[in-house]
Design a protein around this ligand. Structure first.
Ligand SMILES: Cc1ncc(COP(=O)(O)O)c(C=O)c1O
Length: 439
């Protein structure tokens, strides 16, 4: 559904918008960009369904769902109502020493829905902070168990877990930011990226580096952290569920905790409610974010088992040492609870499978293009991997905008993960823009 003209703000004239984009270019820092951008950025003034409305009148299909988060699309009436209703009650109250109904309602839903047996929920501000909390939980757990020497983490190459220092330290050491910040970052252990693709079994050789690392360093490792099934920002790679299953076995043998970072994959994106379900994986700690609030606002959650919580409680602090000012923000919890209910009441699984089927058939032609190395789709995620990065990324971006879609290719990847509510014709437009961009 396209935006109705009446929804588009008419309070600003074009000249004012032009001034806004110029101010933005000169003074506002954007993700991973230099202080003064070379180009003006499209100014979004409204959004509805899968469309972004630009100030200059163009409407773009959002193929990014605002970085995996807007799974229901924009301006969703039930989510709007959840925020407005909560706003009338209270927008925020500290969580230190106080409780409130939205946090309870969301906690109940998450513990019911999470893959496996989790017992405790810790709310935080964002995905990266949810990862920091997970790392702290693991470190404090081992202190509680009388093994304070377990200070390190094991991670997969090609992983991405966020931009704060602890999270950065478990991101891929080459494509991550290790070089730049190495002076201030904890040192971790890494094993090669799983090379076995999704849908195939893996043999022992694939797991050897993990087994070796756990054997050699296990007594210093607090946890293994993984993005289950989909390595997102580190390369949009879909790997074997069999590999994931065996990671659990290896962790059990080495008595090492397993942290599943489902910040990108949670809430249906891979075709299962959680990617862990592809491997029937029970993690010890689970990180959630992004789609948790349906993309309405920032919220992270870290869940852990009763065993992990008991270990943390047994540590000398007798408490988990983290407590953000905006922990369990009531507006965020209220909209997150409604987003989860909306998802459960929707035919989300059919929608995600239809997106997968649509992408598979529409992107097939890209496979034979000379510059294309691979095309892969899983759930509501589609990737065209080029052989080389585009010579002129800004030109590629303009071509996509000209075709009425919003995508943000990085490196050799042109990829999409649209809202689940995208319609067939919109999906076709998105896919054909990806193919033309690759061409
Ligand atoms: C798997 C994963 N973990 C953690 C994060 C960090 O989340 P945030 O950007 O909300 O801090 C991301 C963000 O892309 C992610 O994909």
């Amino acid at each position: 559904m396209r935006l109705q003209p009446s929804l588009i703000s008419s309070t600003k004239r074009n000249a004012a918008y032009a001034a806004d984009t110029e101010f933005d270019r000169q003074h506002l820092w954007h993700p991973y960009e230099s202080a003064q951008a070379a180009e003006l950025r499209p100014l979004v003034v409204a959004a509805e369904g899968v469309y972004l409305q630009l100030a200059d009148g163009r409407q773009l299909i959002d193929g990014m769902a605002s970085w995996w988060s807007a799974i229901h699309g924009y301006n969703q009436p039930r989510l709007n109502a959840a925020v407005s209703t909560q706003l009338q009650q209270m927008s925020h109250v500290m969580f230190g020493g106080l409780a409130h109904p939205p946090a309870v309602a969301l906690g109940q839903l998450l513990l019911e829905l999470a893959p496996g047996h989790f017992d405790q929920v810790f709310y935080s501000d964002s995905g990266s902070v949810a990862v920091e909390v997970a790392l702290k939980m693991a470190l404090q757990y081992w202190r509680g168990r009388g093994q304070p020497e377990r200070q390190r983490f094991l991670a997969l190459r090609g992983g991405y877990h966020g931009d704060t220092f602890g999270a950065m330290s478990v991101c891929d050491p080459v494509t991550g930011m290790h070089q730049l910040f190495r002076g201030g970052m904890p040192k971790q252990y890494f094993v090669p990226r799983p090379s076995v693709p999704f849908g195939t079994d893996c043999d022992e050789r694939e797991l050897e580096p993990v087994a070796r690392s756990l054997k050699r360093h296990g007594q210093h490792i607090a946890a293994l952290i993984v993005e289950p099934i989909v390595q997102g920002a580190g390369g949009m790679w879909f790997y074997s569920a069999d590999y994931l299953r065996r990671l659990r076995e290896l962790c059990d043998t080495a008595d090492v905790l397993l942290i599943a970072d489902e910040i990108a994959t949670g809430f249906g994106r891979t075709g299962r409610m959680f990617a862990c379900e592809h491997a029937a994986l029970q993690a010890d700690v689970l990180c959630l974010g992004k789609a948790l609030t349906g993309g309405y606002m920032s919220l992270g959650a870290t869940l852990c088992s009763a065993t992990v919580a008991a270990g943390v409680n047994a540590s000398e602090a007798r408490a988990l040492l983290h407590g953000p000012t905006f922990m369990a923000n009531p507006l965020a919890c209220a909209v997150a609870a409604e987003s989860v209910r909306l998802l459960l009441e929707s035919p989300w699984s059919e929608r995600v499978m239809a997106i997968e089927a649509g992408f598979k058939s529409s992107l097939e032609v890209a496979r034979s293009l000379p510059g294309v190395a691979d095309v892969r789709c899983l759930g509501a995620i589609a990737v065209i991997e080029l052989r080389e990065p585009p010579a002129d990324p800004a030109l590629l971006q303009r071509r996509l905008l000209d075709r009425g879609v919003w995508l943000r290719p990085f490196g050799r990847l042109i990829y999409a993960m649209p809202p689940y509510t995208i319609e067939r014709s919109e999906l076709e437009q998105l896919a054909s823009a990806m193919v033309e961009a690759a061409r």
